[in-house]
Design a protein around this ligand. Structure first.
Ligand SMILES: C[S@@+](CC[C@H](N)C(=O)[O-])C[C@H]1O[C@@H](n2cnc3c(N)ncnc32)[C@H](O)[C@@H]1O
Length: 250
């Protein structure tokens, strides 16, 4: 099943960079869109990225599984939102000029039907830009978090990596135009705040951690973060974006 974000909807923006992150990612995505029509946002969440793309002149319609997340998106997307499953889109073939998804593919039950559905609703030549996650430059916090993520099961993360999604997409009406890197975003972050967010299981990759894993892996990671002290670490991240094009004859 796809992950439910209802439980974090009210704290989502405060814990994931909010409108400033949305504006940054929108600027990363925008040059990769084919243009000339309606843009579908898959997993629009609270609408921060879609809102910024609208401000850049794009006509965005957002869908999401979570009504609680979409409630925040309503005013940001001019009420152009729909509760829907990305694996079963309520739109006609070729209805959109472009589509994009930010930090969604790790949360869907199975990426394959989502890719097939987005291909179906795109017109030939339309783009689907998939931001899988941000990729941080090395720093003390990133090293600790990265080791934890790897310890908790690298396999799942790899299955949703842009390289794997590109391979899946090839058999589903898309051709890959490659993996693009966004502009660097710098934000100061206190290791103590990162540890506190972990303790509250803010990130979705912590939602299904067992008690044993929590004890063996997460607690030591939080201790290592707290040992770094409160002083902010400058974290530099960039989006990795898979750029897909709807094949002209499929
Ligand atoms: C990490 S949030 C990202 C939200 C937004 N794209 C952003 O960058 O702020 C993931 C979103 O994907 C949505 N989602 C997960 N599975 C989905 C599915 N099968 N169909 C539609 N939305 C889905 C969740 O409800 C959640 O709002």
């Amino acid at each position: 099943v796809s992950l439910s974000f209802d439980r974090v909807a009210d704290e989502y923006d405060a814990t994931r960079g909010g409108e400033a992150r949305g504006a940054h990612i929108a600027r990363d995505i925008e040059p990769h869109l084919a243009g000339g029509g309606l843009v579908l946002e898959v997993g629009a969440g609270t609408g921060v990225v879609g809102m910024a793309l609208r401000q850049l002149g794009r006509d965005v319609l957002g869908i999401d599984l979570s009504p609680a997340m979409l409630r925040h998106a309503l005013p940001r997307l001019g009420h152009r939102v729909a509760v829907a499953d990305a694996a079963c889109l309520p739109f006609e073939d070729g209805a959109f000029a472009d589509a994009f998804a930010v930090w969604v593919m790790h949360a869907v039950a199975d990426p394959a039907p989502v890719l097939a559905e987005v291909a179906r609703v795109l017109r030939p030549g339309g783009r689907f830009v998939v931001c899988s996650s941000d990729s941080p430059d090395p720093d003390a916090v990133t090293e600790i978090v990265g080791r934890l993520v790897a310890g908790l099961g690298r396999d799942e993360a790899d299955r949703r990596a842009p390289e794997m999604l590109a391979r899946l997409a090839a058999g589903r009406g898309f051709r890959s135009l490659g993996i693009a890197r966004g502009a660097p975003a710098t934000s100061p972050e206190s290791p103590l705040d990162v540890a506190d967010a972990m303790a509250r299981r803010t990130s979705s990759w912590l939602w299904s951690v067992s008690d044993e894993q929590w004890h063996a892996l997460v607690e030591p990671a939080m201790a290592s973060l707290r040992a770094l002290g409160p002083g902010p670490v400058q974290r530099v991240t960039r989006q990795r974006m898979l750029v897909l094009e709807r094949a002209r004859s499929a």
